[in-house]
Design a protein. Structure first.
Length: 159
């Protein structure tokens, strides 16, 4: 029985990190984690581009625009949506997730969802380099692993 799994290797690969400026205290920490992970796994500094957008709502559109340019092995989407007193949270978080997932399936390219959806700022900070780890780092690790897996799943020459 064949079994395939990706390995987080970044040598020779190109990535875009699309990051929201909203809740910047949190998203900058997520960005630091993601960049650190990519570098640690062999991605050259010149092979990482950071695209900043106003909020999580804009992440899918910016990711799509980056993919249209071509030459990418994956996208890391980073943002932070903190629940408030209105349903705005549900719309923004849900549509960001849906838009990024639809794009990943349509384009068959790994897009890691590093968008925190928390009830409080304290919960977000804990997941952006605090006692709950750094979800930006984890998203970058995911995109590295899935990019390698997709390479392994490509049709073989002569097949």
């Amino acid at each position: 029985m064949a079994e395939l799994e990706g390995t987080p290797r970044g040598e020779g690969k190109r990535f875009v990190i699309v990051v929201s400026r909203f809740n910047e205290l949190v998203t900058e920490r997520l960005l630091e984690g993601a960049v650190g992970c990519l570098r640690e796994h062999g991605v050259a500094e010149d092979d990482v581009e950071v695209i900043r957008v106003p909020g999580a709502w804009e992440l899918p559109g910016a990711a799509a625009a980056a993919l249209r340019r071509g030459g990418l092995d994956g996208v890391v989407a980073l943002g932070c949506v903190i629940r408030g007193e209105t349903p705005h949270f549900d719309y923004v978080a849900g549509e960001a997730a849906r838009g990024l997932q639809d794009l990943a399936v349509r384009e068959t390219i790994p897009i890691a969802f590093g968008v925190l959806t928390t009830d409080t700022r304290e919960q977000a900070v804990a997941r952006a380099g605090g006692d709950r780890g750094n979800k930006g780092w984890e998203a970058a690790l995911t995109v590295l692993e899935v990019a390698d897996l997709y390479d392994r799943l490509r049709p073989r020459a002569g097949a």
